[in-house]
Write a new protein. Structure first.
Length: 365
């Protein structure tokens, strides 16, 4: 079977060029006679791999010198606890903006460790938009947003003004999809399995003044940022192979124009798909136009009867899979379909999807 177009929200498709490089080096990485999978993280062969990945993150994201970069385990979800445990240590208060499932999970976890205020929410319209916030003020240890929402297909098109309050952002599903001013944040994190590499490694970029050796009482050693920044991501055995693949993806991004190149690529893909949806008599996008994600595009058909809509959605995804367009089912809280078009998705994949959508609409509506 040939390669399919994988529209999964994560783990997602990786650049084919990277996959081929990994395959070529699987049995013998640079003359070591072993795979990176088998390599000691303390070895002289592995150290340059993690150093290169860190250097590429700093280069591509223009990370200032007063920030540390670490590769951790536990996915983005572990950051829901690490953030309040390490940052919520002065006033014990934090402020969140609730824009969907993942910010909601972060809020729920944070409440175990700090007092949480919600500055704004888009729950009133099923999280189909990003709230407008003039400025966040108050005696807070940090403010928190989820920059891109994979499930609802929304994205912050501005960075909220938090004054002197450190801003934390989950950027898992939009990292390096376009340029981002890291200096506007105190901490950003990203699970790799959407735009950076395979599942298993999480990137954290944290400003030096937020790294403390006195997190909340009882914080485990492994959940303390300083544990990992002091040891350059090598306090314990890291997800070595995942970091290796991340490094290769970062070089692929650089080769294709860096963050600016990804922006042009992604706006072209998203623009093509949204233009089609907006002009269609059968399909419609679910997110407000001024809040739309360029990474995750949920959409519905015009069928309003719930039972019939469910049947048509299942038929759509099944027939799409047969046509080589996989993982298009929408999240259960939205329904319908969802096309995740991360950096590695080529424009040809979007064109193939639109062709299929046209054919399906003609045959079923």
């Amino acid at each position: 079977m040939g390669r399919v177009y994988n529209f999964s929200a994560g783990p997602s498709c990786l650049p084919e060029e990277v996959l081929k490089e990994c395959a070529d080096e699987m049995l013998d990485y640079k003359g070591t006679g072993q795979s990176v999978m088998e390599m000691s993280h303390r070895s002289s062969a592995f150290k340059p791999i993690v150093e290169d990945a860190e250097a590429m993150v700093r280069k591509l994201m223009r990370v200032p010198d007063n920030y540390k970069i670490v590769f951790l385990q536990g996915g983005g979800s572990t950051q829901f606890a690490m953030v309040p445990l390490n940052l919520g240590i002065r006033s014990g208060k934090a402020v969140y903006v609730d824009t969907g499932v993942w910010s909601g999970k972060a809020i729920k976890e944070a409440k175990k460790y700090v007092s949480v205020d919600v500055a704004a929410s888009s729950k009133d319209r099923n999280f189909c938009y990003i709230p407008k916030i003039d400025k966040i003020t108050g005696d807070y240890d940090y403010a928190y947003i989820c920059l891109n929402n994979t499930i609802k297909g929304t994205h912050w098109n501005y960075i909220p003004d938090t004054g002197g309050i450190p801003l934390v952002a989950d950027i898992s599903s939009c990292i390096l999809s376009e340029p981002l001013d890291v200096s506007a944040f105190g901490l950003v994190f990203a699970g790799a399995q959407k735009n950076l590499g395979p599942a298993g490694v999480t990137l954290v970029i944290i400003r030096d003044d937020l790294i403390t050796d006195s997190p909340q009482k009882g914080t485990p050693t492994m959940l303390t940022y300083k544990t990992h920044t002091d040891e350059d991501s090598l306090y314990n055995t890291p997800p070595c192979y995942a970091i290796y693949v991340v490094g290769k993806v970062l070089h692929w991004i650089e080769k294709n124009g860096g963050a600016e190149g990804m922006k042009a690529r992604n706006y072209a893909k998203a623009g093509r798909l949204y233009d089609y949806l907006d002009s269609s008599a059968v399909y419609r996008a679910t997110a407000d136009k001024d809040s739309r994600s360029i990474m995750n595009v949920p959409f519905l058909t015009k069928e309003e009867d719930e039972a019939k809509a469910d049947a048509i959605n299942k038929k759509f995804t099944a027939e799409a899979a047969k046509a080589g367009l996989v993982n298009l089912a929408g999240h259960r809280t939205v329904g319908g379909m969802r096309a995740s078009i991360y950096n590695a998705m080529p424009i040809e994949g979007v064109e193939r999807l639109i062709e299929f959508m046209d054919k399906f609409a003609a045959e079923n509506f």
